[in-house]
Design a protein around this ligand. Structure first.
Ligand SMILES: Nc1nc2c(ncn2[C@@H]2O[C@H](COP(=O)(O)OP(=O)(O)OP(=O)(O)O)[C@@H](O)[C@H]2O)c(=O)[nH]1
Ligand SMILES: [Mg+2]
Length: 226
């Protein structure tokens, strides 16, 4: 089975090189594709210098989901390891640990969570919005194009997995965090953008756009790994 890494990146010059390195050294990854849409910094160059194939999407306005879609379209891999470009402390060994349950057939979706210390036992049971996850290509294809929207894409991937009652594994990536929107945009704009994202996500179950039972099915199929 061929696995490629897809990394959506908008203005992530400080971190994208390290993330590409981690992906390239992951034992299960063939190729790394970074999708840079509309960055105004050196994201694309930093990604190429680190050994990624870079797909540029210009002039369409950014969307995390559309960037992921462009990345999937650029590969013929059987499975995709998605990794956010703003991770700090990420190593190939974290990514090996995410891929292993998938490759061994214990999970159809396998996730890594940031390290929230004492909160980890709780966080591991949230409906996952983490960007670090591996899924087979067909799961991506099963998300209807109209639902491939910005930061809500992870919820839609979860929906495909949970509604088909498929097994997921989740684990903490020890020591891994990310540059938050506050770090990237400054406090005022960062907090505003974080709330905007949060409301979009919270709005999905509140509007009934995803059934609550989906979360129940997700938890039933979930194995937390150490
Ligand atoms: N190509 C591309 N990548 C994007 C876009 N929006 C977000 N991303 C990437 O998707 C990943 C996650 O986005 P973030 O903005 O960090 O979202 P987050 O980590 O969920 O939210 P925070 O907790 O606020 O950091 C990062 O690698 C971003 O660069 C976009 O419009 N285009
Ligand atoms: Mg982030």
């Amino acid at each position: 089975m061929v696995i490629d890494a897809v990394v959506p990146a908008r203005n992530e010059e400080p971190t994208v090189g390290g993330v590409v390195e981690a992906c390239r050294h992951c034992a299960y990854v063939r190729r790394v594709v970074v999708v840079d849409d509309g960055s105004t910094d050196g994201t694309g160059d930093a990604a190429s210098a680190a050994g990624a194939a870079v797909v540029r999407r210009d002039g369409e306005g950014g969307s995390k989901a559309h960037a992921m879609e462009a990345g999937v379209d650029a590969t013929d891999a059987d499975a995709i390891l998605f990794v956010d470009a703003d991770c700090l402390g990420l190593t190939a060994s974290h990514l090996d640990d995410i891929c292993r349950p998938f490759v061994d057939g214990r999970a159809v979706m396998s996730l890594g969570w940031f390290d929230y210390g004492l909160w980890n036992p709780l966080v591991l049971r949230f409906a996952p919005t983490t960007g670090e996850r591996i899924i087979p290509r067909w799961v991506w294809d099963a998300v209807p194009p109209a639902k491939r929207d910005g930061y809500t894409i992870e919820v839609r991937i979860n929906e495909v997995i949970a509604e088909a009652r498929l097994p997921t594994t989740a684990r903490v990536m020890p020591g891994v965090t990310h540059r938050t929107k506050r770090d990237k945009l400054g406090r005022r704009k960062g907090v505003r953008e974080t709330w905007r994202m949060f409301w979009k996500l919270a709005g999905i179950p509140l509007r009934g756009a995803v059934r609550w039972r989906t979360y129940w099915f997700y938890l039933r199929g979930l194995t937390v790994e150490r």
